[in-house]
Design a protein around this ligand. Sequence first.
Ligand code: AMP
Length: 254
Amino acid sequence: MKVLVPVKRVLDYNLKVRVKSDGSGVDLSNLKMSINPFCEIAIEEAVRMREGGGGHAKDAANEVIAVSIGPEQCQETIRNALAIGADRGILVKAEGEIEPLAVAKLLKAIVDTEKPDLVILGKQAIDDDNNATGQMLAALLDWPQATFASKIVLHGDKASVTREVDGGLQTIDVALPAIITTDLRLNEPRYASLPNIMKAKKKPIDVKTPAELGVDIAPRLKVVKTAEPPKRQGGAKVKTAAELVGKLKEAGVF
Ligand code: AMP
C-alpha cells in the first residue's frame, strides 16, 4: 500500500504570532518555521504502517511519500518527514499564499499520477487553522473521508477510523482509497535520530511546479484585516467564597 502525506511548513508552534503593523497579515520574517504538528502525526502514522507499530502490521504500507507545497525552504519540512521515516518527497514549488482549494487541486494532480491507496493529512495547519484541505481533496477525488482520526485500524481494503467528535468518539469504516485527517491523540511522533537525519539527506525529493501539474493557484480570497486578539481585562483575587458570590452577582452571573 502506498501512502501519501502532505506536510506543511508553518511558524513553529512555540513562537508567539506578531501581526504586521499595517494589519496586512502575520509577520514571519526571521522566525523559526517547522513542520505543522498535525502533519508530523500524519507522517508518524504512515511510517508505523510501514514499519509495524501503533497496532499496524509490518509492511501494511510499503511506501510513504511526503509532499509539501510552498517555497524552496519546504525542502527542510520534507527532510524532516524523511528523517521520521518517509521514503521519498515531492516539493511543489510555489510562492505566496496558497489557499486550501489550490493545495487540494495540486494534491489531486499528484494523487492522479502517484495513485496512493491512502492520503493522510493533518486535520488543520496551525497557521491559518483552515481545517479544509483534506475535505476539499476528498471532494475533488470523490473518495471517502475520515476526519479527526484518533485511531486507525487497517483491514483489507478498508480502514476503521475512530474520530474525535463533539460528543465523544465515533468509529467509521471507509473503503480504500480514502482520505484521513489526523487529530492530536492519534500518536506521539518520535524524535528523528541523528542517523535517520543523515539518511534523510540521501532520500530523493522530486521538484514540480503548479504549471507542470496544470493547476492555477491564483488566490480567490482577500484578507481584509488581521488583528491581535483583544487584551485580557485585569483579573482580581478574592479571599472568600462569599466575596466571590458577591462579585458574580455584581457581574450579573446570578
Ligand atoms: P488546512 O486545511 O490548511 O488547515 O491544512 C490541513 C492539512 O492539509 C495540513 O495539515 C496538511 O496535511 C495539508 N496542507 C495544507 N497546506 C499544505 C501545503 N502548503 N503543503 C502541504 N500540505 C498542506
